[in-house]
Design a protein around this ligand. Structure first.
Ligand SMILES: CC(C)(COP(=O)(O)OP(=O)(O)OC[C@H]1O[C@@H](n2cnc3c(N)ncnc32)[C@H](O)[C@@H]1OP(=O)(O)O)[C@@H](O)C(=O)NCCC(=O)NCCSC(=O)Cc1ccccc1
Length: 134
């Protein structure tokens, strides 16, 4: 369980096959058109879910690139599923892809792919040092 996620993610699980699975619904507050999600919500959810895959493997990473295809409008307050999987790893880069489908029929609503770069625990401290010089 992920607790009270502001994006609406309610459940999360890593399968034995390495595929991460999430169940969620777009909150009414994220509406971008009549009864449908704002695209920024969809992109954020894909970042959140795909980015959780390294975390579920106990690896700290940050998003370096993210591409989202908006296939269909996402209805608000309707259960949707996101699946995420690792396509390949090269050096410190994780190439991760995923898709969002509408439950219960699994019509595809969005697809995403991106690159996550692993970081050590000093990442945020180094950022604070950099920020102080700006
Ligand atoms: C860290 C980095 C992405 C790269 O820093 P640098 O100093 O340049 O890195 P460095 O030189 O050490 O290279 C390392 C490796 O990376 C590669 N590479 C580098 N750039 C790119 C690229 N654009 N695209 C592709 N690859 C790139 C580079 O070739 C090298 O590869 P190698 O090791 O030779 O195979 C920096 O630009 C940054 O912090 N950006 C902001 C990130 C941020 O704030 N994200 C949003 C918040 S996080 C979030 O929300 C996710 C989340 C969700 C849910 C739960 C948890 C997490």
């Amino acid at each position: 369980m992920t607790g009270a996620c502001r994006l609406g993610v309610e459940k999360e699980r890593l399968g034995d096959d390495g595929v991460a699975w999430f169940e969620l619904a777009c909150p009414r507050s994220q509406e971008g058109g009549p009864n449908v999600a704002h695209g920024g919500w969809t992109a954020s959810v894909m970042d959140e879910c795909l980015g959780h895959l390294p975390l579920l493997n106990r690896v700290l990473s940050v998003t370096a690139e993210l591409t989202v295809s908006f296939v269909k409008p996402v209805p608000v307050e309707r259960p949707v599923e996101v699946r995420a999987w690792v396509e390949r790893r090269e050096g410190s880069r994780w190439y991760i892809a995923g898709e969002m489908t509408l439950l219960p029929g699994h019509a595809v609503l969005a697809r995403a792919s991106g690159i996550w770069v692993t970081r050590d625990r000093g990442h945020f401290e180094r950022h604070e040092t950099w920020l102080a010089g700006q």
